[in-house]
Design a binder for this molecule. Structure first.
Ligand SMILES: [Zn+2]
Length: 310
């Protein structure tokens, strides 16, 4: 398969979107994963300007293997509706997924077939389809260089597949509309980072990510507990739950655990499950907590819906 160049397309990509994608990749060593890319676009004659403003996660019913990945469309639609309520201009721009687990350096035949069908489908809103592909993991401490990516554009009624090159992709510092907490409280809070802790780049990155993605949660340190993060985690249904992430620095490599405080009964199973697992970073602990809580809430809504419709 040949990929073509084009000078007709420009893509604007916030760093927060890449961080969201890369954090998700960090959680899947064996399986493909991905999500939906949302944002806005302008078309002038044959020129296309695409602005990414959010990433919707794969969803609780997504299925993954080393060579395939299917998103939970119903869940993503529900999230999209919620975003659309507040941002009428937002559209589905396309998908992202990763091949870093199987080493394939470009879109697969199956990917291409699916995206052709999508972009030419009469229900498809936009005259193009954007595909972000993660192709490999890098040995880099820079959070934005953890993985290599490729950007593809499919255009309606066009046989060619376009690959975007460096200068066509502009990386910007802009807040996202989703995940919900990103940039929604763009106020700089007073710094409360522990000062006595030894310099660890990963902890700085934890703090950076948590501050950006989980504005309700702040770092603390105490002689008794050591380093921890505490605060309110915003959930899919508009509720929030108190969470504490604790660092266990006793071993050679620090470990992290997450605890829900005063969890409602709907989240009791999640709380129990969390009490049994350890994470490699504070952000991983928070991401897993958020995902598991949202999954529990979503399942519950689904079950209620089923009951009321039968
Ligand atoms: Zn693929």
């Amino acid at each position: 398969m040949k990929f073509h160049s084009t000078d007709k397309v420009r893509l604007v990509m916030p760093t927060a979107a890449l961080v969201t994608v890369f954090d998700e990749c960090d959680g899947f060593d064996q399986d493909e994963t991905g999500g939906r890319v949302i944002g806005t676009y302008q078309e002038h004659r044959d020129k296309l300007d695409i602005h990414v403003t959010g990433i919707i996660e794969a969803g609780p019913q997504a299925s993954r293997s080393a060579v395939s990945f299917f998103q939970d469309g119903a869940y993503q639609e529900q999230v999209f509706r919620k975003i659309e309520d507040q941002h009428r201009e937002i559209e589905h721009l396309g998908n992202w997924h990763t091949h870093h687990v199987n080493g394939l350096q470009h879109l697969s035949g199956g990917d291409i077939e699916t995206y052709y069908r999508t972009v030419n489908h009469r229900n498809h809103n936009t005259p193009f389809f954007y595909a972000l592909l993660v192709t490999g993991r890098q040995k880099s401490a820079d959070p934005l260089r953890r993985y290599t990516v490729k950007h593809y554009i499919f255009r309606r009624g066009d046989e060619r597949i376009y690959e975007l090159h460096g200068n066509q992709v502009e990386i910007v510092e802009k807040p996202l509309v989703w995940p919900a907490s990103v940039g929604s409280h763009a106020v700089h809070r007073e710094r409360s980072e522990p000062s006595s802790s030894p310099a660890r780049p990963d902890r700085a990155y934890d703090n950076h990510t948590i501050q950006e993605f989980y504005p309700g949660i702040r770092p603390f340190s105490s002689p008794k507990l050591g380093v921890y993060w505490r605060g309110a985690l915003d959930l899919l249904d508009g509720s929030s739950v108190q969470v504490v992430v604790l660092e266990d620095a006793a071993g050679h490599v620090p470990k992290y655990s997450a605890t829900l405080r005063d969890a409602p009964t709907t989240l009791q199973d999640v709380a129990d499950e969390l009490s049994r697992v350890e994470f490699s970073s504070a952000r991983a602990a928070l991401i897993a907590t958020e995902r598991n809580c949202n999954r529990a809430l979503y399942r519950r809504t689904h079950e209620q819906h089923h009951k009321s419709s039968t």
